[in-house]
Design a protein around this ligand. Structure first.
Ligand SMILES: Cc1cc2nc3c(=O)[nH]c(=O)nc-3n(C[C@H](O)[C@H](O)[C@H](O)COP(=O)(O)OP(=O)(O)OC[C@H]3O[C@@H](n4cnc5c(N)ncnc54)[C@H](O)[C@@H]3O)c2cc1C
Length: 489
C-alpha cells in the first residue's frame, strides 16, 4: 500500500469544529448519492464532501448499466421469467469469493431497489436490446450483460437478461444517473461542500468514528458526524503506486485504465487508517471486447499452441481474462470469410488473412498441424450444433470453412485492453467497515468502488454490477447508520 497521507485523529485533539451533521458522505458518485438520499429521506441532516467541483465521479463516465433482476418491471414487460433465487444462484456461481448474505440481500431487494431508482428519477424504458454488444447503441433498457447464457453458468442458474441500461443511446447513461440523483439529493436539502478533499477521520475514545477532516483551497476544517461517516470515494485505478503494488496488470503498456483522476484510492486509505482492511485488491475488471460485429463470436480463440481455451460467447471481460491467462498472454481470434468483420472498438488488429489454415498456422508460428486439428474438430461438431470442448452455445456455432481465414491479434501485450480496479475495503452486508477481527468500526461505512462486495473479478463480472451494488450498498449504509444512537453533544 502506498504511504497514506491520511490520518486517524483523536477527538480530544480537535478544538475547532466547523459544523455538525447527522451523516457525512465522502464523495458524490453513485454510492455517495444513494447514501445521502436514503439518509435525508429518513429526516437526517446530510453533508456531502466532494473533492471535485461538481457531482459525478466515475459514475458520470459510465455507460449506465445496472445489474438488477428477480422480476423487475422491465423484465416482466418483456415476458422474462426471473426470480431472486435464480439471480442469487447466478451471482453465487460466478463470484470467486461469494458472500452469500450480501448476494442474498442484493437479489432479494433487487426489484424494490429498481423501483426506488425509478422514484429518484433514473429513467429506464421497457425496451429490450437482444444483440451482443459492449455498449448498446439504442436507448433500450434490458440487455444480456453477463455470462448468464454462457457455459458453465447457463447450467447453474436459469438464464435471464438482468442488465438495465439507463434510457440513453450508446454511452453517457452514467451522467444521466448522476444528474437525476443530484437533483433528488438537492430536493431533500442535502448540503454539498465541493472542492473538499477529505484526508482524515476522527475517532472518540471508544473507537467510534465521530467526524472527519477536509481541506479546501489550502484551508483545513473539522466536521462532526452525529451518526456516521460514509466513505464513497471510488476506486484506485489512477494511483499508479497502489496499482503497481496490488494489480500491476493495470499499469501494463497495453492497458488504458479508466476513471477520473480522483480514483486515487484515498477512500480505501481513509478506511485503512481507521483500522479497516482491504480485500480482493489484486482483482481488476480488464477487458478487450472483440464484438460487435456479432459474427466474430462465431470465430474461435486459440493460444500459442493452436488450442482453444474458452467459450467465445462469454461476456467480454471473461474471454479477456482467459486470453491474458494463456502462456505468454498470446491469443488469436480466428475466423473465416463468412464470420469475419472488423471489431467495432478497434482494440484488436487484423494480423492477416490466408487462403488455407495451414498457411495461417505457419505464419503465426503455431505447432505444425495444431490449428488444423483444432479447426477440423471444431467444424465437425459445429455442423451438429455441438461444442463438446468449450461448450459455446449452439447460436454461435458455425463451421469455419470459407476461405480466406483471418487472425485478429488478442494477445495481452499486442492488443489494447481497458479496465479499472475492483478491490476495496472489507465491509459487512450493511456496509460497515470491518477491522482485522471482522468487527464493525462503529460510525464508519464504505460503499461503491472503495469497498469490496459483489463485483470481485473480470471473469465473473456482469456489466451493471458496480453501479448496481454501489447504489444498493450506499443505501444500506445510510439505513444502518440511521439506527446508531446519535452522539451526545
Ligand atoms: C468508462 C466506464 C464505464 C463504466 N460503466 C459501468 C456501467 O455501465 N455499469 C456499472 O455497473 N459500472 C460501470 N463502470 C464502473 C462504475 O462506473 C464504478 O464502479 C462506479 O461508478 C463507482 O461508483 P462510486 O460511487 O463508488 O465512485 P465514483 O462515482 O467515482 O464517486 C466517487 C466520488 O468520490 C470523490 N472523492 C474521491 N476521493 C475523495 C476524497 N478524499 N474526498 C472527497 N471526495 C472524494 C470523487 O471525486 C468522486 O466524485 C464503468 C467504469 C468506467 C470507467
Amino acid at each position: 500500500m502506498s504511504k497514506a497521507t491520511i490520518d486517524l485523529l483523536n477527538v480530544a485533539d480537535i478544538t475547532d469544529w466547523h459544523s455538525e451533521h447527522d451523516l457525512l458522505v465522502v464523495g458524490f458518485g453513485a454510492a455517495g448519492a444513494c447514501a445521502a438520499i436514503e439518509s435525508a429521506q429518513a429526516g437526517n441532516t446530510v453533508l456531502v464532501l466532494e473533492r471535485g467541483s461538481g457531482i459525478g465521479g466515475t459514475t458520470s463516465l459510465a455507460t449506465g448499466h445496472f445489474y438488477l433482476g428477480g422480476g423487475t418491471r422491465v423484465q416482466l414487460a418483456n415476458g422474462i421469467e426471473d426470480s431472486a433465487d435464480e439471480m442469487f444462484n447466478y451471482l453465487m456461481a460466478n463470484t470467486p469469493d461469494p458472500n452469500a448474505e450480501k448476494i442474498r440481500a442484493y437479489a432479494d431487494d433487487s426489484v424494490s431497489h429498481f423501483n426506488w431508482l425509478v422514484e429518484q428519477g433514473v429513467p429506464f424504458n421497457d425496451g429490450f436490446y437482444r444483440k451482443k454488444h459492449y455498449e448498446q447503441p439504442t436507448d433500450e433498457c434490458l440487455i444480456w450483460s453477463g455470462n448468464e447464457k454462457a457455459w458453465p453458468y447457463s447450467q447453474q442458474a436459469k438464464p435471464a437478461p438482468r442488465g438495465h441500461k439507463v434510457e440513453h443511446p450508446g454511452s453517457g447513461g452514467g451522467a444521466i444517473v448522476m444528474q437525476k440523483l443530484g437533483e433528488a439529493a438537492k430536493q431533500l436539502k442535502v448540503k454539498f461542500q465541493f472542492d473538499a478533499q477529505v484526508n482524515g477521520l476522527i475517532k472518540n475514545k471508544t473507537g467510534r468514528i465521530v467526524g472527519l477532516r477536509y481541506k479546501t483551497f489550502g484551508d483545513t476544517y473539522y466536521l462532526r458526524a452525529n451518526k456516521a461517516v460514509v466513505i464513497a470515494a471510488g476506486g484506485f485505478s489512477m494511483n499508479k503506486t497502489m496499482v503497481e503494488e496490488h494489480c500491476p496488470q493495470l499499469n501494463a503498456e497495453s492497458v488504458w485504465p479508466q476513471g477520473t483522476p480522483y480514483d486515487d484510492g484515498s477512500g480505501i486509505q481513509l478506511g485503512l487508517a481507521a483500522g479497516g482492511q482491504a480485500i480482493h485488491m489484486s482483482q481488476v475488471f480488464l477487458t478487450s471486447p472483440f464484438y460487435p460485429p456479432e459474427s466474430l463470436v462465431k470465430g474461435i480463440l486459440v493460444n500459442q499452441y493452436g488450442q482453444r481455451f474458452i467459450n467465445e460467447d462469454s461476456y467480454h471481460s471473461r474471454s479477456a481474462a482467459a486470453c491474458i491467462e494463456q502462456p505468454n498472454g498470446v491469443a488469436y481470434l480466428i475466423c473465416d470469410n463468412a464470420t469475419f468483420g472488423r471489431p467495432e472498438l478497434k482494440l484488436q488488429e487484423l494480423i492477416d488473412a490466408w487462403d488455407t489454415v495451414e498457411e495461417m498456422e505457419q505464419a503465426l508460428a503455431l505447432p505444425k498441424g495444431a490449428l488444423q486439428d483444432t479447426i477440423n474438430q471444431y467444424n465437425q461438431y459445429a455442423e451438429l450444433g455441438k461444442d463438446p470442448q468449450q461448450h459455446k452455445h449452439a447460436d454461435w456455432l458455425q463451421p469455419l470453412n470459407q476461405p480466406p481465414f483471418a487472425a485478429l491479434e488478442c494477445s495481452f501485450e499486442k492488443s489494447s485492453y481497458t479496465g479499472f480496479t475492483l478491490g476495496g475495503l472489507q465491509v459487512s452486508k450493511d456496509a460497515e467497515v470491518l477491522d482485522h477481527h471482522r468487527q464493525a468500526i462503529t460510525g464508519l461505512y464504505a460503499a461503491g468502488a472503495c469497498a469490496s462486495n459483489i463485483a470481485q473479478d473480470g471473469t465473473g463480472y456482469s456489466s451493471g454490477t458496480c453501479i448496481g451494488e454501489a447504489t444498493y450498498f450506499g443505501r444500506r449504509a445510510a439505513k444502518h447508520a440511521n439506527q446508531l444512537s446519535p452522539l451526545l453533544p
